[in-house]
Design a protein around this ligand. Structure first.
Ligand code: CO8
Length: 299
């Protein structure tokens, strides 16, 4: 069963530890349009800011009748929501989640069913998905249930994957007569190695959360009802650091996936030196020496 917004709210509040999460109860049912802090309206998403400092952007994929299949409308809204969060100076990290049954069951097969090559090629079909991987702020995927095909690829575009213990990851495109098209053959291979990636892509078999953890695809596994809170807590921890330096750290880690070791370490060194041009680097080190907590200004 997909979690209703109210159930989601209760879940977050109930499992909040000592701190109080300021996650307001959703004003409308899951299928209704919802306003985020920017005033933008969403049909396929529930978007809000959360965390004790309201510095975590929370995006819940909200198309339960299709197990959050990633139709063009949903992905367009996801792009808009991510852009709004990128431009919101209060937001220091973003969490993308789905329902307890499905993070996302892939691209929308019904939307793709009758497309031809020319249409896909000429229109750059689904190329806008790349937005998720170019966000500068850290993004955490909180995955419960199915993360299949484009759903698995969406999770892998995020910077950190936390999984609920019943999550299932897979690239079943081969069973539909196609192959992954949003980075599945590339990011999965980098994450879990060639043998397991080949097996998943060539058979369409899914792996469990525990297998995904063992293979290095996810960093932590939680009980289903604790997952979202854990992801928000991680996002809050990230958001409490300098947003400017966090973006530089993210850029540097990503260089490991895109360049040679020599080029990656050169990128890292340049960014490391660049932190010495920031107020936050000076404040961080001064605070350490003065034995106090740093007050970052994101500058
Ligand atoms: N697309 C459209 N509708 C879907 C999808 C999907 N991917 N997945 C589920 N649904 C719909 C079903 O059609 C069904 O709708 P309806 O009630 O109208 O028939 C509803 O969701 C519920 O689904 P099920 O009844 O099948 O639910 P089950 O619990 O029995 O099964 C599964 C759940 C196992 C997840 C099953 O739904 C399934 O196998 N789904 C398809 C998974 C899949 O093959 N995903 C890969 C899709 S292809 C892809 O992602 C390519 C990405 C390329 C991106 C390129 C970017 C450039």
């Amino acid at each position: 069963m997909a979690a209703s917004p109210r159930a989601l709210f209760r879940l977050v509040v109930a499992s909040a530890r000592s701190r109080v999460l300021l996650l307001p109860p959703p004003a409308r049912p899951l299928l209704g349009a919802r306003a985020c802090s920017t005033g933008a309206q969403f049909h396929y998403l529930a978007v809000q800011k959360t965390g004790t400092q309201q510095n975590v952007g929370l995006i819940q994929l909200n198309r339960p009748q299709a197990l959050n299949a990633l139709c063009e409308g949903l992905m367009e809204e996801l792009r808009r929501a991510l852009e709004a969060m990128e431009n919101d100076p209060q937001v220091g990290a973003i969490v993308i989640t789905g329902s307890q049954k499905a993070f996302a069951a892939g691209a929308d097969i019904k939307e793709m069913q009758n497309k031809g090559f020319q249409e896909c090629y000429s229109s750059g079909f689904l190329s806008g998905w790349d937005k998720v991987s170019t966000v500068r702020k850290p993004v955490i995927a909180a995955v419960n249930g199915y993360a299949l095909g484009g759903g698995c690829e969406l999770a892998m575009m995020c910077d950190i994957i936390y999984a609920g213990e019943k999550a299932q990851f897979g690239q079943p495109e081969i069973l539909l007569g196609t192959i992954p098209g949003a980075g599945g053959t590339q990011r999965l291979t980098r994450a879990v190695g060639k043998s397991l990636a080949m097996e998943m892509v060539l058979t369409g078999d899914r792996i469990s959360a525990a297998e995904a953890k063992e293979a290095g695809l996810v960093s932590k596994v939680f009980p289903v009802d604790k997952l979202l809170n854990a992801a928000i807590a991680c996002a809050e921890k990230i958001a409490s650091n300098s947003k400017l330096v966090a973006a530089m750290a993210k850029e540097s880690v990503n260089a490991a996936f895109e360049t040679t070791l020599a080029e990656g370490t050169r990128t890292e060194k340049r960014l490391f030196y660049a932190t010495f041009a920031t107020d936050d680097r000076r404040e961080g080190m001064t605070a350490f020496v003065e034995k106090r907590k740093a007050k970052f200004t994101d500058s």
